[in-house]
Design a protein around this ligand. Sequence first.
Ligand SMILES: *Cc1c(COP(=O)(O)O)cnc(C)c1O
Length: 353
Amino acid sequence: MALTLYVDGDRWRAHLRAALDAEPGLVPVAKGNGYGFGVPRLARKAQRLGVDTLAVGQYDEVAAVESRFDGSILVLTPWRPFVDAPIEGPEARRLIHTVGRPEDLTELVRRARIPRGGPRVVLELLTSMRRHGFSAAGLRTAVASVPGSVTVEGIALHLPLSETGDHAAEVDRLMTDVVAADLDVRTIWVSHLTRAGLAQLGASWPDFTFRPRVGTALWLGDRGALQVRATVLDAHPVARGDAYGYRGRTAPRKGTVLVVSGGTSHGIGLEAPTGDSSLRSRAGTLARGGLDAAGLVRSPYAVDGKLRFFAEPPHMQVSMLFLPSGVPVPAVGDEVDVRVRFTATHVDQVEIS
Ligand SMILES: *Cc1c(COP(=O)(O)O)cnc(C)c1O
């Protein structure tokens, strides 16, 4: 009765291993819905892969990884005075904080009760993302004016996504700022660079180590190893004009209302109607009796190789699909493929072969 993520275990593990072999300094990212797998499972995986550092998105995710992964934990969201972060005790030594404002660096160092070296931090430099980070000048003065011990583990650059992953020009500019800041750091934590882009950076700046923080391209990098499936829960034949659903909508033609697992609580949402929505094409679809012209919206559920229309908007935990007559109707208990975004879907279970 569930939405299940099926993983071809051998293939997935081989991909993870290959990704790490190709980029030994890689820092896996486990955050949010854990890219469909859940953060705890990714933490165990990172432990088995033997990486020295695992990144989480925010402080409330630290608890889910610290008992499963025994290396350093990098928190990607910059520390702020109002976050609830563990900053004392032995476990606090495993945390690497991201800091993006001078006043936060001062305050974190003032509050942290960590002997030997103070809190470990990565200083984020503002990129063209303009999300968080020090200005180049701010970086220069920040460390000089810290009121106590701090261990600077490097500089972080969070780059926008790009088609080619080629941010060479921007990174070169930022690296010039890093060098000018004259900090005693040699590690640059980066995101969203291609392997080629990383190699090129390493060649241009041989005194620095570039460590890519990777989520999607790691955990979801071999899509063929992953498949989400839903269970068919019910099937009701309908004639044209028969009413169904919360809204008493009527069937646009003869077919089957198919009830499948997965709803809004899993992140199943209404997708934009696919294809050309111009008036002319709508008129064409209408003439052919297309279901989108009847106001139905394409769903991510595939039956008989095609994405089917929602019979009505998804419910909390189930969805109702409309199958036109002629499409083979799967049996109750069968599973159907669901083409969802893994980062936005909460599956009920993960089955790794
Ligand atoms: C989420 C995140 C990443 C990983 O992003 P993916 O696109 O999933 O690889 C890297 N760096 C930062 C700062 C992030 O927040």
